[in-house]
Design a protein around this ligand. Sequence first.
Ligand SMILES: [Zn+2]
Length: 87
Amino acid sequence: MTNKSPVMRICISCRQTYNREDLFKITKDHKQGIMFHKGIGRSAYICKSKNCYTDSKIKKKLQKALKTFLDAEFFDIFEKEMQTIIN
Ligand SMILES: [Zn+2]
């Protein structure tokens, strides 16, 4: 019998609850640093909405959620990554 209920997570930008599978996951891995969709450590979730990743406060929110400093290079990669999944 399968009775799997979806795991729900909150988008750090719009604060809405979504199925974890529909969210973009950013993890601060203990060993490898910031990773997308993998890694073990503190994670932040963001929904696949343009409003959320382009939000002017997203840098602050992400750094706060991951409790780490994120440089411009990271946000460059992050934005490109988001652009590829959002039409
Ligand atoms: Zn959102």
